[in-house]
Design a protein around this ligand. Structure first.
Ligand code: DX5
Ligand code: ZN
Length: 229
């Protein structure tokens, strides 16, 4: 995948119909999603449980764009290989998801997949300073991870601006996850983010038999972000 800083919308299928993932993925892609964001939760690192590797493997054939797998599990290292084999294009791990984030990112790179590192709202930007040359993306959480539909935490905007400075000319994406809407997308796009995850703001009002609503929602978020970039 070639690198660019154009706005990419990555709907989180955490907000999809759980009885209908194949059709939901096809619908969001047909309606303009750039990436498909898969939230993996373990009921330990975060207070919710979602998708094991077999579920992610079942999503894979439906994803024609880019499957972005956000691991919110601890310890993460024992499961990296399994999510890589399940077909992730990018694997993102949290700074706190094991004792050695550098080793974790090396392990992701060793699978041949792209690597992302994620910061919770309370995690300082400095914690990733020494792993920047190992990553393809920094994920800045703008909610505490675990659930969709939470309120955007505004300190992520300044963190994004400083992260963009830290990246300089390096080909590293900045992804924002949590509470992204047409109101908050411009704030983070102006600060330097290029990949916007959105769960509730993409899926609200739509369904697989009403996919055009997904398209309207995606276009509205993209337009708001692009106008601010
Ligand atoms: C939260 C997840 C997010 C979440 C976003 O832990 O990582 O991807 O689904 O949902 P919204 O866009 O509804 O805040
Ligand atoms: Zn996520």
């Amino acid at each position: 995948m070639s690198f660019d800083r154009s706005i990419k919308i990555a709907p989180s299928i955490l907000s999809a119909d759980f009885a209908n993932f194949g059709q939901e993925i096809q619908a969001i892609e047909a309606q303009g999603a750039d990436w498909v964001h898969v939230d993996v939760m373990d009921g330990h690192f975060v207070p919710n449980l979602t998708f094991g590797p077999p579920a992610v493997k079942a999503f894979r054939p439906h994803v024609k764009t880019f499957m972005d797998v956000h691991l919110m599990i601890a310890p993460v290292d024992p499961y990296i290989e399994a999510y890589a084999e399940a077909g992730a294009d990018m694997i993102t791990a949290h700074v706190e998801s094991g004792p050695h984030i550098h080793r974790t990112l090396q392990a992701i790179k060793a699978t041949g997949k792209m690597a992302g590192v994620s910061l919770n709202p309370g995690t300082p930007l400095e914690s990733i300073e020494h792993v920047m040359d190992l990553v393809d993306m920094v994920l800045i959480m703008t909610v505490n991870p675990g659930f969709g539909g939470q309120k955007f935490i505004h300190s992520g905007v300044e963190k994004t601006r400083r992260c963009r400075e830290m990246i300089g000319d390096r080909p590293i994406h900045i992804q924002i996850d949590g509470g992204v809407t047409t109101e908050t997308a411009p704030l983070v796009a102006a600060a330097g983010a290029d990949v916007l995850v959105a769960g509730s703001a993409v899926f609200k009002g739509g369904a697989v038999d009403k996919p055009e609503v997904y398209g309207e929602n995606i276009r509205a978020i993209r337009a708001a972000a692009e106008a601010a970039q």
